[in-house]
Ligand binder design. Structure first.
Ligand SMILES: Cc1ncc(COP(=O)(O)O)c(C=O)c1O
Length: 436
């Protein structure tokens, strides 16, 4: 390890300074802080793959609409709690155009990022029935949603879907739901971190079981349309973004603008609650929050208490982006395909240098190239691999951090520049020479 691009002492110094005992267990933000310090002292520019931030400019149509809205004076006016009318109808239309699903504008609610949406939905779902006090995560998953559970003091269970794809998923999920304590199931599709996409067969299983056991499905579509194996952008024409909504009416969809419109900084998303769940009355919600209807409780009790609506100008931005997409004037999917092209090249560089792709297939098909991919190195745990790669100026997070049972890392392509590919290749070669 003498001749690595980054000196061991520098890494050790900052691990100690930040009190990170094991980088394999560090949170994403801890790794970010660590690499900032190491980069500064070592002068080695890292291949930074730890954080899922958009690497593209914000959608112009949104920025322009937001500036216009600010200039027209919306900043001084409280927006309606459940969103401005044009946004609600454009959200409903977007869902119809790109998913072939009907959700009334009334139950399309803007939230401050999907994060606020999942927080409020998990909070209410956790209180619909006293016996159902637990959420089931279909992992691997986005670690911050677990943090939300911890913050709320809610219970959760989880399992890694790796060994339970296809029909095997049914018995595995059913083994949890049959216990009678699960109120909701959560997953992202495409999946952060593994970039697997559930097949229609799997979505059908999830939907059928949700109906059978009266469990709410929370489908996190932060990477809407980004399964680039199919072209999912032609408004009103198949193929559509696959969804559990085809198979149950007991669901909530979270559509974030952060990645698909590169609008992460403005914190906006749509939480779309199925028409039947929106209107459903729960006795226990009355006892806990003072109102029975699921939708009303989320908006008028929880979101009201959290932030009383989302930034007024940002709602205009989101309206404009959704409208332009549905009108066929803004091919947002084409704009983000660069992530897939970069992933293909980067995955090849890893595989050519002795690494393996951990989550590899959906059914019989190789997974798509997209925002994230997963890598492992034979004989190393995820934690060891990360600790070793830091010496080569490469950073990521471990899969164990995401509820995965597998040894390996999640790599995010968004912040790696094409100009860094040569460095990546040279560093991986050296790594493989030293460890292979
Ligand atoms: C699966 C998943 N859900 C939710 C989010 C957060 O979305 P937002 O920025 O809209 O809060 C992310 C961001 O990385 C994500 O990967």
């Amino acid at each position: 390890m003498d001749k690595t691009p980054v000196k061991h002492e520098i890494i050790q110094k900052y691990l100690e300074q930040l009190r990170i005992g094991d980088p394999g267990k560090a949170s994403i933000r801890e790794i970010v802080a660590l690499i900032n310090l190491i980069e500064e002292e070592s002068k080695v520019k890292f291949i930074r793959m730890e954080m899922g931030v958009p690497g593209l400019p914000a959608a112009k149509v949104g920025v322009e609409a937001e500036i216009k809205a600010l200039q027209s004076g919306v900043a001084s006016v409280y927006p309606m709690m459940d969103g401005i009318k044009p946004l609600k109808s454009e959200a409903s239309r977007f869902i119809r155009q790109f998913m072939d699903i009907d959700i009334d504008p009334a139950s399309c609610i803007p939230t401050s990022g999907a994060m606020q949406g999942t927080f409020s939905a998990l909070l209410v779902a956790g209180n619909v029935d006293k016996k159902k006090d637990t959420t089931l995560f279909l992992d691997p998953g986005f670690p911050v949603q677990k943090q939300q559970m911890t913050v709320m003091g809610h219970k959760y269970e989880s399992f890694d879907v790796f060994d339970f794809r296809g029909e095997k998923l049914r018995a595995k999920i059913e083994s949890y739901l049959a216990e009678g304590n699960i109120n909701s199931m959560v997953y992202s599709n495409p999946n952060n971190p593994s970039w697997i996409c559930f097949t229609e067969e799997e979505l059908q299983i999830i939907g059928e079981l949700a109906t059978k056991y009266d469990v709410i499905v929370m489908e996190d579509l932060a990477y809407f349309g980004m399964d680039f194996r199919k072209d999912l952008y032609t408004p009103g024409v198949p193929p559509y973004q696959p969804t559990v909504a085809k198979y149950t009416d007991h669901y909530i969809l979270f559509i974030s603008a952060s990645k698909i419109f590169s609008y992460a900084g403005q914190r906006c998303a749509i939480m779309a609650i199925s028409n039947s769940l929106w209107n459903r009355q729960y006795e226990n919600l009355q006892a806990r929050f003072g109102s029975k209807p699921f939708g009303f409780t989320i908006v008028m009790q929880v979101l009201y208490a959290l932030s009383s609506g989302i930034t007024h100008s940002t709602q205009h931005a989101l309206t404009a982006m959704l409208k332009a997409a549905s009108d066929g004037e803004f091919n947002f999917i084409e704009d983000v395909k660069e992530y897939g092209r970069k992933a293909k090249i980067m995955k090849d560089l890893f595989v050519d240098n002795g690494f393996i792709i951990v989550y590899e297939k959906d059914g019989d098909e190789p997974i798509a190239d997209g925002f994230y991919f997963t890598v492992g190195y034979p004989g190393m745990t995820g934690g060891e691999l990360l600790a070793n790669l830091l010496h080569y100026g490469i950073s990521a997070i471990t899969l164990k951090n995401t509820g995965s049972e597998k040894e390996g890392l999640r790599a995010c392509v968004s912040h790696v520049k094409r100009a860094q590919f040569d460095d990546l290749e040279n560093r991986l070669k050296l790594f493989n020479e030293n460890f292979g």
